[in-house]
Design a protein around this ligand. Sequence first.
Ligand SMILES: C[S@@+](CC[C@H](N)C(=O)[O-])C[C@H]1O[C@@H](n2cnc3c(N)ncnc32)[C@H](O)[C@@H]1O
Length: 268
Amino acid sequence: MTPATPLPQLAAAARAAPALPWPLPALLAWTLGWGLWLAAQALGAPAAVAGLVALGGSLALAWRCQGMWRRLLAALGFPLSAWALVPTGDWPSWLWLLLVLPLMAAYPLRAWRDAPLFPTPAGALAGLDRIVPAPASVLDAGCGLGHGLAALHAVWPQARLHGVEWSPLLARWAAWRCKAACIRRADMWATSWAGHDLVYLFQRPESMARAWAKARRDMRPGACLVSLEFAVPGQPELACLQGAGRRPVWVYRLPATTENSTGGRQGR
Ligand SMILES: C[S@@+](CC[C@H](N)C(=O)[O-])C[C@H]1O[C@@H](n2cnc3c(N)ncnc32)[C@H](O)[C@@H]1O
């Protein structure tokens, strides 16, 4: 880029840049905030000016994140950490831990690459029983607080329900809320999906190709993968439940030739 590059071209180049995997955009927004803060201080700018410049830069990058929650997390990182770490004389800076610890318990790092807590709305899976034969065993991969399990239970009250959840706080809470389900704290990618007739997901678009590959490795032919809102790229669905005011429910059936015919292997 030459210094004469007009601003609209810079903006277009930024838009065309490939999207970075989460949470890199948030880390970049926080780092830029701190970089600008240190640079402005080194140039002798007053603290208020340095703070505004740093905040502006960090917010501009945060704005480019996809989705309201990711945008919020990216936007809050610099001001919260600055508030915590830059001494004001009034509050001890370790107080920020009181804010961060519950957040980390609810939303630990490994869950960042998939989805944070967005519960399945009640009734979101209604009608699934007209498409999928009653499953004996169902897994909600990333079960959050158990709203997806409750929706599955409403459709198939006889099914054995299982949930895995990476956040220890959410896993305990879900186990307390959903006494009918067997819920454990685990990484859904490291847990075998074998033995389940249906795996349900409500994650992110980016997780869907990986979920399909895992389902093909772990699950028997004829078993189902069901995803709320997000489709598996490039795979024909068995059905998609749609309706006014409801999120689409994508239903996939595992084909007869699986990648791993033995099934049941633990793996990512
Ligand atoms: C959008 S919420 C869906 C919650 C629930 N399935 C529902 O539909 O109500 C996604 C959940 O997946 C969890 N999660 C993300 N990555 C995970 C992982 N690798 N292993 C287990 N849980 C994960 C998050 O902590 C979050 O609670």
